[in-house]
Ligand binder design. Structure first.
Ligand SMILES: CC(C)(COP(=O)(O)OP(=O)(O)OC[C@H]1O[C@@H](n2cnc3c(N)ncnc32)[C@H](O)[C@@H]1OP(=O)(O)O)[C@@H](O)C(=O)NCCC(=O)NCCS
Length: 155
């Protein structure tokens, strides 16, 4: 399957039928993954949830909530095999466009300060550092800071 084919195809809303495969990607991606319940709750409250797939294979997905002029990116994950091919940036661009569709002025997110790959993606996509929440995330042996980032959607 060529990358051109992948980029050109297959962004669609997430459904409950996707969740078993998405859980596998979560488990492969995070020490503290989202549960099936986290995804079903998000689907039921109507968050913006999109999947990138080609030929039935899920490569990545994101979850975004938007309300009262603000949007929050809650989850952005690319399956390990498909990383470093531009799919993360592509999904993030799609998320920004959907946030604008919801009339959001700003898109916020939180990321572990050790997650240099994600932070590089966000900085190069116009996010700025807003604040640090000390000891916000659990780790295997303690706690880790969260970096809060923001992208201004007005410009
Ligand atoms: C973070 C993540 C979504 C990036 O997705 P991706 O498809 O691999 O990223 P892209 O190929 O679109 O890369 C976009 C930019 O991100 C940065 N980046 C991505 N992976 C990187 C890495 N391993 N090291 C350093 N920078 C990296 C680079 O700036 C890159 O731009 P470049 O290719 O011009 O150098 C992916 O690594 C992932 O799913 N990680 C696990 C889950 C996670 O941490 N999600 C974010 C939670 S806040």
């Amino acid at each position: 399957m060529s990358l051109v084919y992948v980029i050109a195809h297959g962004l669609r809303p997430m459904t409950e039928a996707d969740l078993p495969r998405i859980l596998q990607i979560e488990l492969a991606s995070y020490e503290h993954p989202w549960s099936i319940g986290n995804f079903t709750d998000s689907l039921h409250v109507g968050y913006s949830m999109w999947v990138r797939e080609a030929e039935g294979e899920i490569m990545g997905y994101y979850v975004m909530m938007a309300a009262a002029g603000e949007a929050h990116l809650l989850n952005l994950t690319i399956a390990p095999y498909w990383r470093r091919h531009g799919l993360g940036r592509d999904l993030l661009d799609h998320c920004v466009a959907r946030a604008r569709d919801h009339q959001a002025d700003s898109l916020f997110l939180e990321v572990r300060t050790s997650n240099t790959a994600a932070i590089a993606l966000y900085h190069s996509s116009g996010f700025i550092d807003l604040a640090v929440r000390r000891a916000y995330y659990p780790t295997i042996d303690g706690r880790e800071d969260a970096l809060i980032m923001k992208k201004d959607l007005a410009c």
